[in-house]
Each structure stands twice: as C-alpha cells, then as structure tokens.
Design a protein around this ligand. Structure first.
Ligand SMILES: Cc1cc2nc3c(=O)[nH]c(=O)nc-3n(C[C@H](O)[C@H](O)[C@H](O)COP(=O)(O)OP(=O)(O)OC[C@H]3O[C@@H](n4cnc5c(N)ncnc54)[C@H](O)[C@@H]3O)c2cc1C
Length: 509
C-alpha cells in the first residue's frame, strides 16, 4: 500500500518550503510536490552568460541582527546558510522623477530617514515625523510580525481600514514629498484607490530595520529550506505537477499528478494561489459562497522585467535600488495607456560573489497588465515544458525592453552602451512558472475598503485542505513567513511555534 503522509504540500514557494520545514521540525511526515525543476517559486533564479538574475526577490527588509525577520529566518537556518549583503544605509532606495534633477534618498533607520527627508523638505519636518510615527504605530498592530504571541492577528482591527494614499495626502500639501514617501510603492503594487495603509506600513517599516539582498540569488533561500526539510525526514518531488485532488466524503484523500502518481495524506497544504488550488477540486466540492467569494477576488498587477548582462567594467554596481517615476501618481495604475508605459521603473543590480566595483548585470522592472500578452495566452514555455511563443512575441519583448531602457536613460544617460544582452520575463513567464492565471506579482490585492475580505484564513471549507503563501497574509518574504506560521499553527499550536522560533533564534524579548 502507498505511503500515507501526515502532510502533502502543493508547491515549493517560500510558503510551501517553510511549512514543510516547520511540520517536519515538529516530527510530522511531509511530502512537497513541485511542478518546476527549480524549487522556490518566485525565489527561482536564472543565469545568462554566467550572470545570475533573481526573478521575484530583489531585496528583503527586517534582516538586521535581532530584527523581526532576522529572528524568523534564524529559526529556518537562513541567516547562516545564505550569503547576505546589506544595502547602503544612506539611500538604500533612491527615488527620481522625470524632469526633476533631484535624487531623493530613503535611508535605513527611522531617525536617518526623517533627517534625510527633512534636509530635502525643510519646511515639512512635522509631516515627515508624523509619517514615521504613524507607520511605526500601524506596523506595531501586527504582533506576529514582531514574533510576539497573541491569539489575535491585529491588535486594533480599525487600523486595517485606513488608506495609504489618503494618509499620505493628509500629511502634507507638498506633492513631491507625497510622491517621495510612496516612491517605492512598486513593493506593494496596489492602486491609490485600494492600497491599505497597513500594507505600506509593514513593507516600509521592514526595510527601515535592515534592507538586505541575497548574494548569488534568492534561490539560496529555497536551497537552505529544502536542505532543512530533507534533514528532518521530509521528501520533495520536483517536476511533479498536481493536476487534481481526489476526494471522498468531503475530505481530500490524495493529490494526483500529471505523471499519474498519487500522494495520500491526512492533511493537504496548498502553496498555490487559492483560485488555482480550488480548480484542482472536483466541481461538486468547490460549490457555494465561500469558493465563489475567494475565486472572484482581484489580483495585483503583473510585471515585465528586462534582465541585462552588462559589458564587463561598464556599469557601476549599485548597492541600492532606483525607482524612477514618469507619472505624478506613484501608486499602481492598472489602466495605464500602453503608449505611456512604463510609468514607473525599478533598477537594481544583483550582487554576486565576484561583484566588485562594476555590475555583472542589472534588472529593469515595471508593472504590466496581463492583457498586454493576451495574444500569446495559448502558448506555454518553461524548462519542464518548453515552447516557443512566436516571432511577434519576441518583437513585443524587444519593444517593451526598448521603452524600459529609454526610461532608464533618463537617470543613467550612458546605460545603453553598457548592455551586452537582454533577457525578459513577462506576465506569461510568471503565469507558466508560478501557476497563476495572470502572472500577478503579489497575488490577491488587498483593499482597505473591505480588508477582511482579502485576509484569507489558512483553513478552507474542505476539512483537511489548508492554504499558505502570499495570498494568506501578505506578499513578500516577511508576509509569506507569517503566513507559514499561521498555517502551521493550526497543527502545532501558535504559542508552541512562536516559542520554538524565539528560542531557536536565540533571542528573547
Ligand atoms: C517580479 C517580482 C518581484 C518581487 N520582489 C520582491 C522583493 O524584492 N522582496 C520581497 O520580499 N518580495 C518580492 N516579491 C514577492 C515574493 O517573491 C512573493 O511574495 C513570494 O515569493 C511568494 O511566495 P509563495 O510562498 O506565495 O509562493 P510562490 O512563489 O507563488 O510559489 C508557488 C509554487 O507553487 C508551485 N505550483 C503551482 N501550481 C502547482 C501545481 N499544480 N503542482 C505543483 N506545484 C505547483 C509553483 O511552481 C511555485 O513553485 C516579488 C515578486 C515578484 C513577482
């Protein structure tokens, strides 16, 4: 008879691997099924001409010694197992605008942040201080983010109903300062009409407490976690796509895979987008208002990246990120006119072990609507299932790359001469590699007007099916880590889990 696991986990993104690690650490038998060859979901990297590019993690906040994510990551062995590089203290994020020669710096540490922006905007000292105070207050509303035990996820649910843009607009009439405060809003991909203040606050506050990037790529995070899962007796199958979930009497009995194999378990945790998870259930099981509500929630925008291999010794390695805006609305604008694209561009240079004064490569990133690539929606292309999308798709990528480079030239006029080769990712790349419908960057979009609708609980209407990953709590390395803890708390107890993480990260408060 086939082995029955305590847990089968669908998908090996950060959330799937962390859940596997925790549950194996508590002595459960765990089996993770991943459709790709490379583990990690958005942590996957690719290399061109010996230059490694991240696809979905460029920098991570809260990683200074003793800070919140540092303590979580210590438990997972990530602080010792991954090579890290701290971004510049002064100006880890740099914000520019078309037609404005000034570069505005976000410095690490709240005092430095306030001081720097006050130097840029001397008459706005009070507004900037008020910004810091409120962001800290809102971030403190989430005990789990501070690795503190509480049986409630939010201390003051009222704070969930605040809008990021209304808050920032209410601080000051100075439009440039407003744009600078929200200048890295690509980090949450939400529109001004919907972005909750807590999403902005948790992201910003994290980076204030240590902004770091992985040297040689974020895939190291997946490798360290996978090693931890294996070391605790867990099993991981790559190239194993789950095509449906078999049920009996309202419970899942097994995950059935594309190659015909079946994996049985007492419980199933899905790291796949909730909608795509529910699509795996028999139609009769996924009926009713719960499934209808969750599958109708909108996703955040998708993205387009141009990953550029630099000519040797041509472009400086930047130990910071650059956000360049070509519109006065720095939040996401899903209804952008194609001819105006890109309205925002982020430029970052990945760090490798051999990086010195010059960059090996750089990534230019912007939002993109999935409808821009609808023409090629019937095509598929991954390492496991290779395909060619056609010459017109290649032409589309060349056109969008050219526009991103033109935007980058506004801040780095000589950038074109530094390019050796360009390799793109589009919404279809993310759709095919991550398994979402539209290649959305951060999954379900949070909305301050109905915040509780977009907090999806880990348990579902199927008694032994649980969810984890960026759609449960929040996207990003910190958001997903909290999701993993929330999901696993259902089995090992929140207090016990928080206690173990705190004790194994050698930190007490
Ligand atoms: C362009 C971009 C830039 C980003 N930059 C940053 C950043 O700088 N900092 C930061 O903190 N965060 C960043 N993020 C967000 C962050 O990467 C994600 O929030 C996080 O990695 C999502 O993790 P997850 O656990 O939800 O799983 P995902 O990464 O979504 O992985 C899901 C996994 O499930 C697998 N899967 C899907 N369907 C099946 C199936 N049927 N069978 C088996 N396996 C399946 C997929 O292959 C994948 O491995 C970025 C994201 C994007 C897209």
């Amino acid at each position: 008879m086939a082995q029955q696991f305590d847990f089968v986990i669908l998908g090996s993104g950060l959330g799937g691997l962390q859940c596997g690690y925790i549950l194996a650490d508590f002595g459960f038998s765990v089996c993770i099924l991943e459709k790709n060859h490379q583990l990690g979901g958005c942590l996957q990297v690719f290399a061109r001409e010996k230059t490694v590019f991240d696809t979905g993690v460029h920098y991570i906040g809260g990683l200074d010694h003793g800070q919140d994510l540092y303590r979580y990551f210590s438990y997972f062995g990530l602080m010792d197992g991954v090579k890290w590089k701290r971004l510049d203290s002064e100006g880890f994020d740099r914000i520019t605008f078309s037609g404005d020669p000034q570069t505005y710096h976000h410095d690490q540490g709240w005092d430095a942040f306030v001081q720097r922006l006050t130097a840029h905007f001397p008459s706005e000292k009070d507004a900037i201080a008020q910004y810091r105070d409120t962001i800290e207050q809102v971030a403190a509303n989430f005990p789990m983010d501070r690795l503190e035990y509480s049986d409630t996820d939010h201390l003051d649910p009222g704070l969930l109903y605040l809008s990021a843009s209304e808050f920032i607009n209410g601080l000051t009439g100075n439009e440039r300062l407003r744009d600078v405060l929200a200048g890295s809003s690509l980090l949450h991909a939400a529109t001004a009409e919907r972005c909750p203040l807590f999403v902005h606050a948790l992201t910003t506050n994290g980076y204030m407490h240590g902004a770091w990037r992985c040297v040689d790529g974020g895939s190291q995070i997946a490798k360290v976690l996978a090693k931890g899962v294996h070391g605790r007796g867990g099993i991981i199958h790559r190239r194993t796509e789950v095509t449906h979930l078999r049920t009996d009497g309202g419970r899942i009995t097994s995950a059935v895979c594309a190659d015909g194999r079946e994996f049985s378990a007492r419980n199933f945790i899905s790291n796949i987008h909730p909608k795509n998870t529910f699509d795996l259930l028999p139609p009769g099981v996924r009926k009713g208002p719960y499934f209808k509500r969750i599958t109708s929630l909108p996703n955040s925008l998708s993205s387009f990246s141009a990953h550029i291999v630099c000519r040797p010794g041509s472009f400086p390695f930047l130990n910071h990120n650059h956000y360049h805006h070509r519109s006065s609305n720095v939040f996401a604008q899903p209804d952008y006119k194609v001819e105006d694209w890109p309205l925002i561009m982020m430029l970052s240079t990945p760090a490798s072990s051999r990086t010195g004064e010059f960059a090996d490569g750089m990534t230019l990133l912007s939002y993109m609507r999935s409808s821009e690539v609808a023409l090629w929606a019937d095509t598929h292309n991954t390492i496991v299932q290779p395909g060619y999308r056609g010459e017109d798709y290649e032409e589309f990528k060349r056109d969008r790359t050219e526009r991103l480079i033109a935007a980058a030239e506004e801040i780095f006029p000589d950038i074109r001469s530094c390019i050796q080769s360009v390799h793109c990712t589009t919404p279809l790349t993310f759709r095919d590699y991550i398994g979402t419908d539209d290649g959305s960057m951060y999954g379900l979009e949070k909305d301050f007007r109905s915040p509780l609708r977009t907090f999806i609980p880990p348990h579902t209407k199927v008694s032994n099916l649980y969810l984890t990953g960026q759609n449960i709590n929040l996207h990003g390395m910190a958001g997903v880590t909290i999701s993993s803890v929330l999901t696993c708390s259902s089995f090992v107890g929140r207090k016990e889990l928080i206690g173990r993480i705190r004790s194994q990260s050698n930190e007490t408060r």
